[in-house]
Design a binder for this molecule. Structure first.
Ligand code: 5GP
Ligand code: ZN
Length: 137
């Protein structure tokens, strides 16, 4: 993908602080970290987001995410790790090359979690679950 910033990082056309690489994946520091050590894991091949990722490639990523999470936590002495993935613009995806955020967190880093909303009724909750079940089949 000629205009994709992450494809350019894979091709070494633009620099990045790479922390891990294998035949099909690359991990490097996010240029605007939530906290230092915030890392992005990407496939070397261009896929827009989760929906497009081949299952086999996606499955191979989870052990790498675990390995990176443990290493990052140790390296920056974090209290916890958030794993995040934004799919589509509405969910905050800005770079349209699939990536997983591995974010070190500290008890006192000042970030707040999203505040959940309650369902307005049990009926709506069950209806929503039914819609998802139907969409799965
Ligand atoms: P998104 O919102 O798409 O999930 O996140 C994209 C992430 O990529 C952002 O956190 C942003 O800081 C990071 N990013 C964007 N451009 C570059 C870049 O050129 N180099 C690096 N290392 N990170 C980038
Ligand atoms: Zn790309």
């Amino acid at each position: 993908m000629p205009d994709c910033i992450f494809c350019k990082i894979v091709a070494r056309e633009i620099p990045a602080a790479i922390v891990y690489e294998d035949d099909s994946s690359l991990a490097f520091l996010d240029a605007r970290p939530i906290n230092p050590g915030h890392t992005l894991l990407i496939p070397k091949a261009h896929y827009k987001n989760l929906y497009d990722m081949p299952d086999e490639l996606l499955s191979s990523f989870m052990p790498i995410i675990k390995m990176l999470a443990i290493a990052i936590k140790k390296a920056v002495n974090a209290d916890g790790i958030n794993i995040g993935m934004n799919n589509d613009g509405a969910a905050g995806q800005i770079v349209m090359h699939h990536h997983t955020h591995i974010i070190p967190r500290y008890s006192n880093d000042g970030y707040e979690h999203w505040k959940g909303k309650e369902y307005t009724s049990k009926e709506i909750e069950l209806e929503t679950a039914q819609k998802i079940k139907s969409a799965l089949s």
